[in-house]
Write a protein that binds this ligand. Structure first.
Ligand code: FES
Length: 84
């Protein structure tokens, strides 16, 4: 396990945060709602998320689009994100 996911008691994957800064997508969602943040750059500035390994970035993008804050699937990075 990479540390980016944890198994729930039911055995499903649970991805809920940027593990590099230990900030949950729910915390980012609340900030985005409160401050009107609409893109990853604004959340990166506020939390320093997506500055380390970058694996959380596609989840943050999905969270901003869908309101989802806990994911049970691996979202691969876009090619430019994978070059970090
Ligand atoms: S998990 Fe967010 S930068 Fe590494």
């Amino acid at each position: 396990m990479s540390g980016h996911e944890a198994n729930s008691p039911s055995g499903t994957m649970r991805i809920d945060r940027c593990v590099c800064v230990d900030v949950t997508f729910a915390q980012m969602r609340a900030h985005a709602d409160r401050c009107g943040s609409t893109d990853v750059a604004e959340l990166r500035s506020a939390f320093r998320c997506a500055e380390g390994c970058g694996l959380c970035e596609p989840y943050i993008e999905r969270m901003l689009q869908s309101q989802t804050v806990v994911f049970d699937e691996v979202i691969p990075p876009r090619p430019c994100q994978a070059e970090r």
